[in-house]
Structure formats: structure tokens, C-alpha cells
Ligand binder design. Structure first.
Ligand SMILES: Cc1cc2nc3c(=O)[nH]c(=O)nc-3n(C[C@H](O)[C@H](O)[C@H](O)COP(=O)(O)OP(=O)(O)OC[C@H]3O[C@@H](n4cnc5c(N)ncnc54)[C@H](O)[C@@H]3O)c2cc1C
Length: 374
């Protein structure tokens, strides 16, 4: 009898299983698909996600391509910020998934692939008609989590739903940053994933036609691609912002997208999920799921705030262009924003007065004398 059954063997379910196993508990992962699992994704793991992977013993840094910050672009405008320490990682989803599968196997996680969980009960998971008894059930079954429903959790507050499409191109990366190209209600995320491959994910509320047509909305990106050969197939997916009031109850816990999600504009889905996974394992070891509830809430705050802010600004052309212009002139403010976003600096460490001054000048697009807000 496993101590923990994790429903869903996506990246976060596997991370949770590894973390729990590393604490000496017996864990079983049930996944209806087969590895390595691919999925529509911008394929950027932020620095704190890379650090979480390292803590789990997943040697991801030897794969993919590191990135050192984010660049926002729109037509003639661009602004960039760099991470205060460490780097992010551009890595193809199946590569990341296989690394997690290998590490889970090495750690001694039992994995059942191609097996659908059809229902759950207190201390019980029904797996392909067979009841598996356990002490805790972890729902890591993604955005449309059934565990969430079966266990009686209140559904997440859904803020907005966007459609994403992802494609790879054979092209030499032209930067060590992830680029976000902005248009009205639509962005293209460009992540280098190897020395000659880039991943492009386009997210919009109403995508226009196929990816190739969508890319035409970004002429500067098309110029960069310069007829680069597309590789593999396009994948589509849904990105949703939604928070949950509670993610634990009666021996059930939710993690990753199943526990509420942040819009892909934050680039945080995976990193947040990996950190939740580690926090959950600690709470399970102590037999105190309430502790996980508190950490989950704290971890989710900065990306939720950033998602709201970015999408609000992104939807308003005049504001977006002003923000881009001001950030372009004050890259240290962008650096600071990134530091808060990835949790390297707490919001409390940023002086409110200085922030308010910056906001005022930003709206006026006036140059700043002193961008040192920390
Ligand atoms: C277009 C797009 C771009 C994105 N870009 C980024 C990015 O650049 N960086 C980033 O960090 N995040 C990004 N995200 C978000 C990221 O993809 C998700 O946050 C991440 O996949 C969540 O992982 P997960 O393991 O929680 O869920 P999932 O990856 O959805 O895995 C859930 C798993 O559960 C399995 N499952 C479901 N039900 C059952 C069942 N009943 N029985 C057995 N198995 C079951 C599914 O088959 C699936 O494998 C992006 C999302 C989109 C849509």
C-alpha cells in the first residue's frame, strides 16, 4: 500500500512524487498517457523552477538552453530585464518530462502509465477498475482536474481563458532572453530551446486562424525567423488564470494546474508547480496539510498579481506602449519587477513611495533620475 497516490503524471505530478519519495514515503503515480508527454507550452522554466528541479535531483541544466531574463517587444519599442541571479531554462516538454520520469524511477516512485483514474474516495483511488488504498491522494491532473471535483473542492475562480498554440522552428537563437512580442489581446513568446531550435507560443483570447497566420501579426518576429523551417507539429492548449480558496481537505491535496493556475504570460506554471510540489511533500511528511495550504497561497500571490497586471496593461494599447517605453528607458525597474516576480525580492522590500513615483513618471513617460527602488 503506497502512502501517497498522485493522480496525473505530468511534470508537476512527477515532481510531487519525487519530492514525497525523497522523504522516504512510498508513492504511486497514475497517468492515463504514456511518457514522454508533450503539451502546448512556451517551454520556459523560470530560475526558481530550475532551482526546484535541482533540489529534486533533476539534472535539467545539462539540457535545453539557459536564458537570463525577459525582453518585451512591440514594433519599434523594446525593454528588457535580467534575473538577479541564476538563469531560466528553455527546454522542450518531452525532454523535461523524460528527465522527470527517469529521476522518479531512480528515486523509487512506482509509475502506472496508460492507466486512467476513474474515481477516488477517502484513502482510495480506483485505477482501471482496481481500488488502490493509500493515506493521501494528490490531484495533479491538470486544469480540468477531476480529483478536484470528486474530492468536493470549490472550483477555482476563473478569471480569463486564452487559447495558445505552440510551434518549433529550426533557427539559431538571436538572444539569451525569452522574448514576449505584444499586440492587442495577443502575445508571441519566443524561447530558445537548443542551439538551433526555438519554441514559439502564441496566446490570444480569440486566435486568428492557424499559427502561421498568427505569426504574421508580428512582422519583426517574422523578419527574425527569415523563412526558418518549422519542425514537428503545432500543439494547442488553454491557459487560464484561476485561484482556489482551499487546496487541501480530508487527506486530499491539489498541486500544479489542478490547484489553480496562472496565465502563461507569467511563464510561471511549471516553476510554481515544482515549488508547490516540494512544499506539499514537506507538509505530508509532517502530516500537516494545512501547512501546505498556507505556503500554496503565499507562492501563488506574486504570479497572480503579475498576470493580472500584465494582461491589464497588455489589453490597452496606449498604456502598453507607455509602459514599454518607460521600462525601455529604465531597465533597472524591469530587473526589479523580475526579481519580485520570481520571488528573489519580496514586494515588501520595494519602497511604496518609490514605486508610486515610478508609476507616476511611467504614465507621463518621463525619464527617471533614480530607478533604484529596492
Ligand atoms: C500555450 C501555453 C504556454 C505555456 N507556457 C508556459 C511556459 O513557458 N512556462 C511555464 O512554466 N508554464 C507554461 N504554461 C503552463 C504549463 O504548461 C502548466 O502550468 C503545466 O503543464 C502544469 O503541469 P501539471 O503537471 O500541473 O498539469 P498537466 O501538464 O496538465 O498534467 C496533468 C496530467 O494529468 C493526467 N491526467 C488527467 N486526468 C487523469 C486521470 N483521471 N487519470 C490519470 N491521469 C490523468 C493528464 O494526462 C496529464 O498528463 C503554458 C501553458 C500554455 C497553455
Amino acid at each position: 500500500m503506497p502512502d501517497v497516490v498522485v493522480v496525473g503524471g505530468g511534470p508537476v505530478g512527477l515532481a510531487a512524487a519525487i519530492a514525497v519519495r525523497m522523504r522516504g514515503l512510498e508513492v504511486l503515480v497514475a497517468e492515463r498517457d504514456h511518457p514522454p508527454i508533450d503539451k502546448a507550452c512556451g517551454e520556459g522554466v523560470m530560475p526558481e523552477g530550475v532551482a526546484a528541479l535541482a533540489a529534486l535531483g533533476v539534472a535539467a541544466s545539462g539540457y535545453g538552453r539557459p536564458f537570463h531574463g525577459i525582453r518585451f517587444c512591440e514594433a519599434d519599442l523594446s525593454a528588457e530585464g535580467r534575473f538577479p541571479a541564476g538563469c531560466g531554462l528553455g527546454i522542450r516538454r518531452p525532454v523535461l518530462h523524460q528527465l522527470l520520469v527517469d529521476r522518479a524511477a531512480e528515486a523509487g516512485v512506482a509509475m502506472r502509465w496508460g492507466e486512467n483514474v476513474s474515481s477516488i474516495g477517502p484513502g482510495r483511488v480506483d485505477l482501471c477498475g482496481q481500488a488502490v488504498a493509500c493515506r493521501w491522494v494528490v490531484g495533479a491532473d491538470g486544469l480540468e482536474s477531476q480529483v478536484r471535483r470528486w474530492a468536493g473542492f470549490r472550483p477555482p475562480s476563473r478569471k480569463r481563458r486564452r487559447i495558445g498554440m505552440r510551434h518549433h522552428f529550426r533557427a539559431k537563437p538571436w538572444t539569451d532572453l525569452v522574448e514576449v512580442h505584444w499586440r492587442n489581446n495577443c502575445q508571441a513568446y519566443v524561447t530558445p530551446v537548443s542551439s538551433d531550435e526555438i519554441c514559439i507560443a502564441i496566446l490570444a483570447r480569440k486566435p486568428e486562424g492557424r499559427l502561421v497566420q498568427s505569426i504574421r501579426q508580428f512582422p519583426e518576429l517574422c523578419r527574425r525567423l527569415d523563412g526558418a523551417e518549422p519542425i514537428g507539429s503545432v500543439r494547442g492548449g488553454t491557459s487560464v488564470s484561476g485561484r482556489m480558496r482551499s487546496v487541501v481537505r480530508n487527506g486530499f491535496a491539489l498541486v500544479g494546474d489542478a490547484s489553480g493556475s496562472v496565465d502563461a504570460v507569467t511563464g510561471e506554471g511549471l516553476s510554481l508547480g515544482f515549488r508547490q510540489a516540494i512544499a506539499l511533500s514537506e507538509a505530508i511528511e509532517k502530516g500537516n496539510l494545512e501547512q501546505y495550504q498556507l505556503v500554496h497561497r503565499r507562492l501563488g500571490r506574486p504570479p497572480s498579481l503579475m498576470a493580472g497586471l500584465l494582461l491589464f496593461v497588455g489589453d490597452r494599447t496606449w498604456l502598453r506602449r507607455r509602459v514599454l517605453r518607460a521600462l525601455g528607458a529604465q531597465s533597472e525597474v524591469f530587473d526589479l519587477m523580475l526579481a519580485v516576480h520570481i520571488g528573489a525580492l519580496s514586494l515588501g522590500a520595494v519602497r511604496i513611495g518609490a514605486l508610486a513615483r515610478f508609476a507616476g513618471r511611467l504614465l507621463a513617460s518621463a525619464p527617471l533620475n533614480n530607478g533604484n527602488l529596492a
